[in-house]
Every structure is written in C-alpha cells, then in structure tokens.
Write a protein that binds this ligand. Structure first.
Ligand code: HEM
Length: 285
C-alpha cells in the first residue's frame, strides 16, 4: 500500500501488538519519570474543584523554573570560559521555557475569584514570593536583594545555592567580562562592582554596546548574545505583567498571602530593569 504521507510514514496499525508490555523487570515510562512521586506531590487540601488547577499550574511553573536555572547555570559556566555558541543555544531554550511559563496564565485565568475563595484559606501564608526557583532565576539574571534570602533561612539546602548566586556574577556580569576580554572598554568599577546589588546604567558600558551594535559583523557573537539576553528580559517582563493581571482579576487589591501589599508590590516589580544598557542602546543608536 502506498502511504499518502510518503514512504517513511507507512501506517503501523499493529504497533500496539508488538510494543513492549512486560515491565516486571524493565524500567517503565512511569518508573523512569517517577510519576508516582509526581502524582503524590499533587495534594489538594480541600474539595474545591479549582484547587487542582491551582496546584498543577504552580507545579508546572516550578518545573520550568528549575529547567531555566539549569540552562542559565550551564550557559554561565561556558560564558565564563569565553565560549558563546553553546550558551546562545541554551539561552534560546530559556526563552522557549519562559514562553511556556507565560502561557500557563491562560489556563489559570479560567479560575474566577469565587473559585479561588473556596480554597484560599487552605494555604495560609504560602506564596510564590517564597519560590526558591524563581529567586534563583532572578539572582542569576542580576535582580538581587539580600532580604529575598530570608524565607529560606530555615532550609540550608535551598538557602545555600541562593547565597552562592547572590555573591557570584550574573549572566550579564559575565557578558560584560567578555566584552572587556574582546578589547571593549568596560570600566573596573563595573567589573568589580558589588555583586549583591542590582546593576545600574553605566555610560562606558553603553558606549561599548554602541560599538557592538554599530558594527555587528565584527562583534557578531556579542551582538547575538545581547539580543538573546534582551529576549530573556522581554519574556520576563511579559511573565510579570501576566502574573500581575491574573492576581488583580483574582484577588483585586487585597494583600498577598505572602505578606506584601499584593498588586502594589507586583506593580513595583514591573519597573525592574535587568540589562539597562541593552535597552538604552536602542535610544542612542
Ligand atoms: C491566582 C493565582 C495567584 C495569585 C492570586 C497570586 C498572588 C501573588 C501575590 C499577591 C504575590 C505578592 C507576594 C505576596 O504577598 O503573596 C505573588 C508573588 C509571586 N507569585 Fe503569585 N499568585 C498567583 C499565581 C502564581 C503562580 C501560578 C506562580 C508560578 C510560580 C506564582 C509565582 C509568584 C512569584 C514567583 C512571586 C514573587 C514575585 C516577586 O517577588 O517579584 N504566582 N503572587
């Protein structure tokens, strides 16, 4: 029989009959992925229908966040060694994972304030504010505030990697070191800056980026890296904005479960700028 899809796509109707089905000794799909543990982690504490959705979206988000942390750390290790090609691929993966994170709001938005109120009492003071994965992403990207370590003080296993990230260079610090290594002028005060603080716009760094953006052929990998970092920040902004809107439509202006003012706090975070010179370069070009 000729398959209309082409020779390589012959329908294989008997496949289920031939597939491997005895897993009494072999590793199965569920075993490999630890699906029992995954399902066991899904534990609503009320009978509210939407609590399942709420937990699922948080779980999925945390899995994407941990993938992002892994990719960022791997990319940073290579950038530190002066390598740019593999990090570009890793950052592309970060960008795609961020898109999945942002899409998750579409599912969560089907939950109304009334649905949410049926289980809100169940999780007390727990809040995404205490997400170690999220803080790790922020720290690696350079948005740092030492007080953000506090919710993890009772868990050395979560606290210690965050503390390391707080005192280590961000992906942007490493990128600026690379600029410097390529002969572009990045001042010592930037290279030796207080890593625990957020970066602020530096005129000399801006001039270095202008050199790159005016002559992309000469500095192609740095140019690509800059645009990739901008993609990451662009997506981060979208996530923050969608979170804010979802929060406002769900709890209005009530305070957050984590103890902040809620929408007011999240609105303030919209002003965060991770890579100031990469935005300003647009204006100056
Ligand atoms: C309807 C659902 C949600 C509501 C009402 C909500 C509400 C809030 C509020 C009010 C805050 C401010 C901190 C506080 O006082 O609690 C916050 C922070 C946060 N939430 Fe959500 N959230 C929701 C869903 C999610 C989901 C699905 C995630 C995914 C991981 C998430 C992650 C975060 C993170 C990471 C922060 C800290 C943001 C920062 O410090 O800049 N939230 N959330």
């Amino acid at each position: 029989m000729t398959c209309p899809l082409g020779a390589g796509a012959t329908p294989d109707a008997d496949a289920p009959e031939r597939a491997h089905t005895d897993f009494s000794r072999d590793l199965s799909y569920g075993d490999y992925l630890h699906l029992d543990e995954l399902r066991a982690a899904h534990q609503p504490v009320t009978d509210a229908h939407d609590e399942h959705l709420f937990i699922a979206v948080h779980h999925v988000s945390e899995v994407w966040l941990s993938l992002i942390v892994r990719e960022l750390q791997a990319a940073m290790k290579l950038l530190e060694a002066g390598i740019t090609d593999a990090p570009l691929k890793m950052l592309t993966r970060v960008v795609r994972a961020q898109e999945q994170l942002t899409n998750a709001w579409e599912v969560l938005k089907t939950m109304t304030p009334a649905d949410y109120l049926q289980f809100r009492h169940a999780f007390g003071q727990a809040s995404g504010f205490q997400s170690q994965g999220y803080r790790m992403v922020e720290f690696l990207l350079g948005n740092r505030r030492p007080t953000m370590l506090r919710p993890h003080a009772h868990r050395p296993d979560l606290h210690s990697p965050l503390q390391d990230a707080l005192h280590g260079p961000s992906v942007y610090d490493l990128t600026l070191k690379l600029l410097h290594a390529r002969g572009l002028d990045v001042p010592a005060e930037v290279l030796d800056r207080d890593l625990t603080a957020k970066p602020t716009l530096n005129e000399a760094v801006l001039q270095a980026w202008l050199t790159v953006y005016r002559d992309p052929e000469t500095y192609w990998d740095l140019y690509e890296l800059a645009e990739k970092l901008l993609d990451v920040e662009d997506n981060f902004r979208r996530w923050r904005f969608n979170h804010l809107t979802t929060v406002e439509r769900t709890i209005g202006f009530k305070p957050g479960s984590g103890g902040t003012s809620g929408v007011g706090y999240l609105r303030g975070a919209l002003d965060t700028v991770l890579f100031p010179e990469l935005w300003e370069v647009r204006t100056r070009l």
